[in-house]
Design a protein around this ligand. Sequence first.
Ligand code: UDX
Length: 463
Amino acid sequence: MKVVIVGSGYVGLVSGACFSALGHSVVCVDSNEQKIETLKAGGVPIYEPGLGALIKTNIEQNRLAFSCDLEGAMKGADFVFIAVGTPTRQGGSEADLTSVYSVASAIALTADDGIIIVTKSTVPVGTGEALEGIVRAARPDLVFAVVSNPEFLKEGSAIEDFMKPDRVVVGCDLPWAGEKMKALYEPLRAMGVTILHTGRNAAEVIKYAANAFLAIKISFINEIADFCEAVGADVAEVADGLGKDKRIGRAFLNPGPGYGGSCFPKDTLALLATAQSHAVNLRVVESSISANDARKRGMGNRVVRALGQSVRGKTIAVLGLTFKANTDDMREAPSLDIVTSLQRLGARVRVYDPKGMEQARQYLRDVDYTADPYQCATGADGIVVATEWKEFEHLDFVRLAALTKHAAIVDLRNILDVRKVEAAGFELHRIGSPRREKASVQQQTPRRLAVKADYYDESAQPN
Ligand code: UDX
């Protein structure tokens, strides 16, 4: 089958590469000539493990091509996927659908009868209907369908998520189009993947509801982590205990500095905006948004409290900048709030990230960029682990300790091995863990009080 994908960002590129790997003939179209030239030359504009190799193989097999020419690409196409960005509207909280609508208009002018227009971009409920109106107005006689087929891939494991998804959601109100979508996904269905057919509006809601639910789960465990710190419980044990309940599940119960990235913050806001426009209150979603904002803003203070009462004039090394590991994406990364609030509190900040340094330069001012974790930690009074990169787990902590000024480490992702880090002489602070007091202190101080001293208080004034 011939598939055209408009928009060569994360979702478009990964979908294009994966559909071609499933045996379809794919053309990825983008208006950015430089991006298309890079892709044609074998380069990949984003960091995503395995994506470069997959693209290369499928170009070689003549199943995958890149072009700026939508009209040419559309010749003989069975499906055209819209995978352009839906950022938050400037000055508002709803999704900006300008790109989606302009692509739909361009598609309308070039499509042949029988075309299936599929939204892969995350779009508010009702967008499918609006797109249908745009195409119908431009081409009253065209035989076409508009289908919602949301994508649930995560950055860093995008190919695996596409190829082995928990489900594929196909939202379609026309049986003939539903049958064609079924055929498109037949290779995945044959591998045991569930293809869930729903109404188009339901599919559009599923995508936002899924992201909002996951965001809520994270905000929930972050609050439970604060509670654990206050009462002397270990949040990892609590999460394991919760996660064994099949109704809850263990995934997305890892506490941290707050969720970031290009989806959760944007999509929760957009869901709220759509609900408000229908006079529906989504109080739980709203709470998650404000809890996450407060968490990110409060993390600088959290670090200060762990390191002692002031960071003024001190040097802090921040390891990990991207919003999560295995990506170079800095969008809405908690590290941005952490770095700026440490700077505001008077600290000099040194930073290191395995893949995010280039993007970080667009976001962070007045920081020292360093070449590796050891250089980053040299002379530091404190070290903050802000992203869960695997390489940080395997650092030589004895070497690291020798380079720092008796620094403490604040592990905001709970990835470091407590024994290894403490054996190297560091004081380690984790999220949602009881404070490990020295034996003599522990004997004198009731445990709960000792823990409370390290409890993050979001309302605390910057010192
Ligand atoms: C998310 C959704 O998971 C995916 O289904 C959707 O298609 C796009 O949005 P992504 O943003 O790539 O994917 O990353 P994800 O792994 O979901 O992480 C999002 C944020 O939540 C990150 O900042 C991450 O660090 C944080 N997170 C995730 C936690 O703090 N704790 C967790 O347990 C899981």
